[in-house]
Ligand binder design. Sequence first.
Ligand code: ADP
Ligand code: MG
Length: 476
Amino acid sequence: MPRADFQPVIGLEVHAQLLTRTKLFSRASTSFGAEPNANTLPLCLALPGSLPVLNAAVVELAIRTGLALDCTVNEVSEWSRKHYFYADLPKGFQITQYEHPICEHGGLDVALPGGDKRIRISRIHIEEDAGKSVHDGAAGASLIDLNRAGTPLLEIVSEPDLRSAEEAAEYLRTLRGVLLALGVNDGNLEEGSFRCDANVSVMRHGATAYGTRVELKNLNSFRFVQAAIEVEIDRHVELIESGGAVEQETRLYDPDRNETKAMRSKEDAHDYRYFPEPDLPPLVVSAEAIAAARAALPELPRAKQRRYVSALGLSEADARFLTQEPGSSAFFEAVLQHYRGEAKKAANWMTGELARLRNASGEGRVTPGALAELLTAVDQGRISSNAAKEVLGVVHQSGEAPSAVIAARGLEQVSDTGAIEKVVDEVLAKNAADVAAYRGGNQKLLGHFMGQVMKAMKGKGNPQLASELLKKKLGG
Ligand code: ADP
Ligand code: MG
């Protein structure tokens, strides 16, 4: 088992598009889905004489992110030009932060099977995105769309602290959850507004130096991130075991073949001819702005999870499920505004039946108030939990009030003690021999009596009341 002799080492670079209305250095719109090149101003096209003007909203979002990820926010940071030629980069350089990024030295706690692990974050810097090349077969040409050119990105770089593909995927999920909670990014891997490059190397257990790393691109789902890292680890181990060496390069993941292939040899920083951006002064952030951002931080997913477990009695798994997206935790907390029963019950319904319906047929029309009403009806014995599932399915589709669905379908349980007692008496009278056997010690017959009572009541008797009455009468 050669693979067991090696320790994988992984560091991730995440590019997150910031949710600002306008671009990093111009007032051009960032709206998604506009006509190609509609969202461009002279700066996006690199027209002579156009100059960058920093969008203050970007800085605010970067500070918020840095604080949430436990970074030092630098009061002074700097802009650099990173040069390369590509058709979707008309300026011939990207404005980024190089030697002095806005945030450094942070960390993110990731919940792993063995407990929390802190993954250090080396830096977070602001940079502008490039445009897009559209390879249009119909036009027989490659076309350029500069709508994305100049869109603000945060690059969040982890230290090589991750030790497996699962850890890497979990770090990414956690980071995405934090960015969503902060409202700085929409977390969409498929559309590329949350992009990840994975740096992978292996070393023998006990080695003191890291192995040569490869940078993986084209990882646009959590599944691909994990699969690509796995196959890359295998490739390194096989190479080394067969006497070869890993080359430092950038590789593309091909999900159809589940393999990585060489894209280009890894460029070094000096290849980019970084130099200070002459058109922008250093970025200065006041201590007051940092303090204000700190005071305005929302409750983050990990803190929410801990609160759900300790104060509300949820399981760790349910707490995590409910805090993956801000919409889920907001829904859950809104249910608790209306529902007086156990929070754990509300959580069970959200992670169970409601999640099942949503997976099968989309978001649906269940409101927090409707779920609370349904749970209350179950608690009060007005409907059985099976009937509640039926009602939830209808409400999910139609958005009707649960009470209306319960009435229309005649799902209300009989919780009238007198009515149930009458049926119980009839059943016991008809089964004198079984009653004697029960009293003689055959306790299993209780289920048999219950079955008959429920059958006589067409399934609508409140089972708890029926069982209590049966036991009382049989015991007496
Ligand atoms: P570059 O600027 O060339 O991309 P960085 O030093 O910024 O290089 O590192 C980029 C990423 O690579 C970081 O996330 C870092 O954790 C990761 N990394 C560095 N060395 C290794 C290694 N030996 N194995 C795996 N990942 C690594
Ligand atoms: Mg890099």
